[in-house]
Ligand binder design. Structure first.
Ligand code: FES
Length: 331
């Protein structure tokens, strides 16, 4: 096999003021995983390189790092699948620590923020009572299938590395913690579903995900956190937990399109916030700023009750899609 260069971000807080790149060029064995290559570098080229690994079987979740710009487990990633990503050199692989968490050394990051969020969702079944001396509280295969994907999370943190919302807002619980929350919310043995869904609907919860899908791409398991977050939102809708901006925003989206087929961006924020105070303190100043920068030119008449854009052509098709979607959500 031809030579490959691993360009690895290095940082030693005891000696470096800034992270820097170091290159390691060698000829890997055919069929190597990325972790095999990292181990080759550490064992035969530079023993100071620091990273986490344990099981080498995609089970322990410790070897997640950023490869060619994306978070993933290196133990179940084939080297061959990662060649050809860099235009300047198709035999180059770049490796960085996971994004968003503070770096301790080289590729080892501080997972404290991750575990704080996991603990915050209380990821354990509560309130189960054991009747008639039963030792088990059983669950049907159908019920288990609802929590099966989230149960496969190995807490590797790759999803946080890519999460745009977590990057912008550290109050956000984030993808893995919300997936874990869905796993408990839909666990038929748990007796606190309503309370959990109410708490998860607060600021930093299920409604603060911005649907960038990056977690779905980064997740090495079938968890696919965004889909679990959408399941939480459907549960919130089913349980009538609507008194929050996220839920109002989702419902306003549908209502506005139902009126004329257009998504009237001027009405959306007005219908999403819960109080006049929020309109005055948050929306009006932002609207004026956007108006002045020519980023927002709503027709003020469309804001009046009963006034909206002229209907889109084939409005009946739009109505059919909305009805079908509503119907499938009620199932
Ligand atoms: S070493 Fe355990 S998941 Fe990669």
């Amino acid at each position: 096999m031809a030579e490959v260069t691993f360009r690895i971000e290095r940082f030693n807080p005891e000696t470096d003021s800034e992270p820097h790149w170091e290159d390691y060029t060698f000829e890997p064995k055919p069929g190597s995983t990325l972790l095999d290559c990292m181990n080759h570098i550490k064992w035969y080229m530079d023993g100071t390189l620091t990273y986490r690994m344990s099981c080498r079987s995609a089970i322990c979740g410790s070897c997640a790092m950023k490869v060619n710009g994306g978070g993933q487990l290196v133990c179940n990633a084939q080297l061959d699948d990662h060649l050809g990503c860099h235009v300047e050199d198709d035999r180059l692989i770049t490796v960085e620590p996971l994004g968003t968490f503070p770096v301790i050394k080289d590729l080892v990051t501080d997972f404290t923020p991750f575990w704080e969020r996991m603990h915050a969702v209380e990821p354990y079944v509560k309130g189960t009572d054991y009747e008639d001396g039963d030792k088990e509280t059983r669950m049907s295969p159908d019920d288990f299938s609802k929590i099966d994907p989230a149960s496969t999370c190995i807490a590797c943190g790759a999803c946080y590395s890519e999460c745009v919302s977590f990057d912008m807002d550290k109050k956000f619980l984030g993808p893995a913690a919300l997936a874990k929350a869905q796993r408990i919310v839909h666990d038929t043995r748990d007796h606190e579903t309503q309370e959990r869904v109410e708490r998860l609907s607060e600021e930093g919860g299920m409604w603060d995900c911005s649907h960038c899908f990056a977690c779905v791409q980064a997740c090495p398991k079938p968890v696919k956190p965004l889909y679990r977050i959408l399941e939480l939102r459907r549960e919130a809708d089913k349980l009538g937990v609507h008194d929050n901006n996220g839920s109002r925003h989702a419902r306003a989206f549908v209502d506005i399109i139902e009126e004329s087929g257009w998504l009237d961006e001027a009405k959306l924020p007005l219908k999403s916030v819960g109080s006049l105070q929020e309109i005055m303190t948050d929306l009006v100043p932002m609207g004026i700023k956007m108006w002045l920068k020519n980023k927002y030119r709503p027709n003020p008449f469309h804001l009046l009750p009963g006034m909206h854009h002229p209907e889109v052509p084939k409005m009946n098709e739009v109505t059919k899609i909305i009805e079908k979607t509503k119907h499938s959500h009620q199932k």
